[in-house]
Design a protein around this ligand. Structure first.
Ligand SMILES: Nc1ncnc2c1ncn2[C@@H]1O[C@H](COP(=O)(O)OP(=O)(O)OP(=O)(O)O)[C@@H](O)[C@H]1O
Ligand SMILES: Nc1ncnc2c1ncn2[C@@H]1O[C@H](COP(=O)(O)OP(=O)(O)OP(=O)(O)O)[C@@H](O)[C@H]1O
Ligand SMILES: [Mg+2]
Ligand SMILES: [Mg+2]
Lengths: 165, 170, 165, 170
């Protein structure tokens, strides 16, 4: 049991540091066991340092930085056991334009090998998706599917803030 | 194998019959708050996922049946079919299209409802579903289905609970 | 003690139903005590029905519907004891364009009587704010304040999805 | 009374001295993830808010001191001043501008740091801060300061914890 756990731990840790390096354009992330000798007696923490910053535990990062690290952890877990099919529900919610853009580019790359279905409210994400399905609700409380929704009417666009003083 | 289409009948906010075709690659679902986006993902999980109602944001399986919305009549059953393109035969069934159907209907039994499974129209069982999905590599309890709010809960949860994620997967 | 609690409960409940009616363009929301006789022995739930839907407990609403009801609850609490000064950190995160637009319009109205400082990533919210402060981080890991940031470069715009089939 | 300006010195990511002017009415703060937006709100809470470090997303008060960032040198103190327009005299002090300053510096004492309060440059105390703020109606522990993530925690928390919100306010 401990063997299996430690093998998964090492695999996820390796995947995490690679995925987070790409997500944060050069940052470092790793897992940390509270009790490496007896893993089942302690917990697991995620350490991350966005590029240009010192390494910190998940809880002292900003909202967006935490969600980027947590998403990298989920993707690292997924990589240990590939599936033909993934669903993601508003995973880009806390990310600014740059981060949401990088994440959706990675998903686009992964969608060559597997099917991805993602609920999103972000225009920056829609730039990468190949197909879009709209859902509307009429006053009746019944949902309807719209196969070719007009995107411009729907989602927001985030660009990194330029310092135009 | 990839998902070709979903057929929803009286599932949550999808009163009546609704077809949602899917393509391979990367698909987005967009729409206003409360319009039914996450309900589509719940429909997928209803067939593929853990069979408990809790994971579908419902107290009981009967809460998944269309409740009539604003002024309509509540339905007495709900049904979801997932159609998979199986040309690569990764599902051990000799069909180009595999249609997995789950059906819940109100009934007079003590539980108040009956739940049944079908493969290509023939009565099947939860066990058979699981074996067909596992051989195709479609895990329902892995982290391949990232529900709304999972990211926040991984961040907010304590280290012990976070370690348990690895316990479950290993 | 019970007296004070019940008075606050009635006030917040009244404020909530009014605020939520405006937020959701016609929906109903109310508080519910698990044990009305001995409130300290039970919990508190929020019930809401977005316009055109049946009444439901918080947990069976959608992500955005929940956050609109929770925000209405917070504003209902704030109204019981007005302050000259409020801070809000990304409260519009889960809302679609319509809902984010209504909320920021209400805040704009309230900002005639008190000062509001809100961190946001949404362009729909910026349409209502009177002043905007930008924050940037150089590679050094040091934050800098930008007094007149160029908004177009920064935030997203959400519009309700029109069914243009 | 309204907030006219914040002066930050070595507070979290704000190394060196930074001034942030504010106007009455409705002000937005925008910027990329991790740029320091919530840190500005933490600076306000550092002076007005509950005095514990936990509410400022820090283990200890000394974690609030600028740690040098990527290549810089860690500072040995942090200081935040909030300047309020007091022309309406809602703060019981006979000044048009009231400047509330909180200062934390590393020291050789057993706690490892010292923390001090100033009003318009004169040494003051936490108690005096609280009395000046309360008479102006600026509550720090009420729901007037909605931190990042509060909405999610109200939704996710159980009914008992939600009731406790009313207990605390009443
Ligand atoms: N059995 C049912 N019959 C009718 N409506 C239902 C049923 N079960 C749930 N609902 C409704 O479905 C709605 C939730 O929809 P869903 O979670 O799919 O929204 P969403 O599009 O994901 O929104 P968001 O962007 O806010 O996450 C709720 O308003 C809820 O009341
Ligand atoms: N004492 C300190 N010295 C230097 N950096 C610090 C200090 N304390 C916290 N930080 C850094 O501050 C950053 C968090 O900033 P903040 O929470 O203000 O971001 P934000 O702009 O609100 O981002 P988001 O949009 O993701 O919420 C983290 O990267 C953290 O490492
Ligand atoms: Mg949803
Ligand atoms: Mg923040």
């Amino acid at each position: 049991k401990k063997e299996l756990f430690m093998k998964l731990y090492r695999d996820v840790n390796e995947n995490l540091s690679e995925i987070y390096r790409i997500f944060s354009r050069g940052g470092k992330a790793s897992l940390e066991l509270e009790n490496p000798e007896n893993p089942f007696e302690g917990g697991l923490d995620i350490k991350a340092s966005p590029s240009g910053k010192k390494v910190r535990l998940l809880k002292s990062l900003s909202g967006g930085e935490k969600s980027l690290a947590a998403l990298a952890f989920i993707f690292a877990l997924q990589q240990t056991n590939p599936s033909p099919f993934y669903i993601l529900d508003e995973v880009d919610m806390f990310l600014d334009a740059d981060n949401a853009g990088v994440v959706s580019r990675i998903i686009r790359e992964n969608s060559q090998k597997a099917q991805f279905i993602q609920v999103t409210l972000r225009k920056v994400t829609l730039k990468q998706t190949e197909h879009i399905i709209g859902v509307m609700m009429q006053n009746s409380g019944v949902s309807e599917v719209v196969m070719k929704p007009n995107i411009d009417d729907f989602v927001e666009e985030n660009r990194p803030m330029e310092v135009k003083t | 194998v990839h998902l070709k289409e979903i057929e929803l009948e009286n599932f949550k906010t999808f009163g009546g019959k609704t077809r949602v075709p899917f393509s391979q690659g990367y698909t987005a679902i967009i729409g206003p708050n409360g319009s039914g986006k996450s309900n589509i993902l719940d429909a997928i999980l209803f067939v593929l996922g853990p069979k408990s109602s809790k994971s579908l944001r419902a107290e009981n399986l009967t809460d998944l049946i269309f409740n009539g919305g604003a002024k309509g009549k509540a339905a007495s059953y709900c049904k979801v079919s997932l159609l998979f393109d199986n040309k690569d035969r990764s599902m051990p069934l000799d069909h180009d299209v595999v249609r997995l159907t789950r059906h819940v209907k109100l009934s007079g039994s003590s539980a108040g409802y009956s739940s049944s499974f079908y493969i290509n129209g023939e009565k099947s069982s939860l066990k058979e579903f699981d074996s067909v999905l596992t051989s195709a590599g479609i895990l329902s309890d892995g982290y391949n289905m990232v529900r709304q709010g999972l990211i926040t809960s991984i961040i907010e949860t304590g280290p012990i609970e976070r370690r348990r994620i690895l316990d479950r997967v290993s």
